[in-house]
Design a protein around this ligand. Structure first.
Ligand code: PMM
Length: 280
């Protein structure tokens, strides 16, 4: 019976007009702050606040726009005492977010989009999530090719391993690094399933893993109806709950989720099955 620690739950606060999962819902700062508070009440360990949509085909906000979106929300939620991560690829945004109270940086590009971000994070001594990434959202689909001998799992491992070298060279401490396979980023449906099935090569690198499967389109396609129409974003939660249990049992460090309450319920079940006594 495994008794490994349960994953950290990172609740998503997208302060964007166009994220594919929840674009526009929390675009006003007041709505985003209230949503962050709800996620904490639901059991989030970390709030991940982002101002740039990475939906396939999305165009990037300019840096001033991104700052205007995230900084007021980070300031308010950090002042509440929440553990705040900023979801950004930009050094300037990471720097301002850390000054506003964020204590973690989640960079979907793993330092490729703006290499200076690594120096900013190293100087702050903050934990850094480096996701597997190949290109910006407007053309990432062109890069979804994994025909090397290691398959998708081996290729993602090798490319993240190169990013780790860059992080260490920039001065990040090894124990501040968290890796993420980047589900849905320059990956077709089957690539995501192969990664979920076989996290072993990535885990063998020896870093904690964060995984973000919540509401992604590969779940919508899995659950497509008889006409092949993908299940809508809001109706993919049960599939994500199944993945929450699967990933918790694989020993991942964290899960990036939209519905924290559902994920927390699933982790309670895992905890009970692991034999940890907690009431009835
Ligand atoms: N996915 C999205 C955004 N940020 N960060 C990490 N570390 N891992 C992910 O898988 C990830 C991310 C896109 O999803 P959203 O638009 O629903 O937030």
């Amino acid at each position: 019976m495994t008794t490994s620690a349960l994953p950290q739950l990172m609740g998503v606060v997208n302060v964007t007009p166009d994220s594919f999962s929840d674009g526009g819902r929390w675009f006003e700062p007041g709505a985003a702050i209230a949503h962050g508070r709800d996620l904490i009440a639901d059991g989030a360990d970390i709030l991940d606040i982002g101002g740039e949509s990475t939906r396939p085909g999305a165009t990037r906000p300019v840096v001033g726009e991104e700052l205007d979106r995230v900084i007021p929300v980070i300031t308010a939620l950090a002042a509440d005492g929440a553990t705040v991560s900023v979801d950004t690829m930009r050094a300037e945004v990471a720097e301002a977010a850390l000054a506003a109270g964020a204590t973690m940086v989640n960079d979907v590009s793993g330092g490729l989009a703006d290499p200076r971000i690594l120096e900013v994070v190293a100087a702050a001594g903050a934990p850094y999530v480096a996701m597997h990434w190949r290109a910006h959202a407007d053309h990432m689909r062109d890069f979804a090719v994994y025909d090397g001998p290691g398959g998708v799992a081996g290729t993602v491992r090798d490319e993240l391993s190169e990013r780790v070298e860059a992080m260490l060279a920039a001065g990040l401490a090894r124990d501040r690094i968290i890796l993420d396979p980047g589900l849905g980023f320059a990956k077709h449906g089957d690539h995501n399933w192969q990664l979920l099935r076989d996290l072993g090569p990535l885990q063998a690198l020896g870093f904690p893993l964060l995984v973000g499967a919540s509401r992604k389109s590969f779940l919508g396609r899995l659950l497509a109806d008889a006409h092949g129409t993908a299940r809508t974003v809001g109706e993919r939660e049960h599939a994500n709950t199944a993945l929450t249990v699967h990933l918790a049992r694989q020993g991942v460090w964290g899960l990036r989720v939209h519905d924290v309450r559902a994920a927390r319920d699933a982790l309670r079940v895992v905890e009970r099955l692991n034999g940890e006594e907690h009431g009835s």
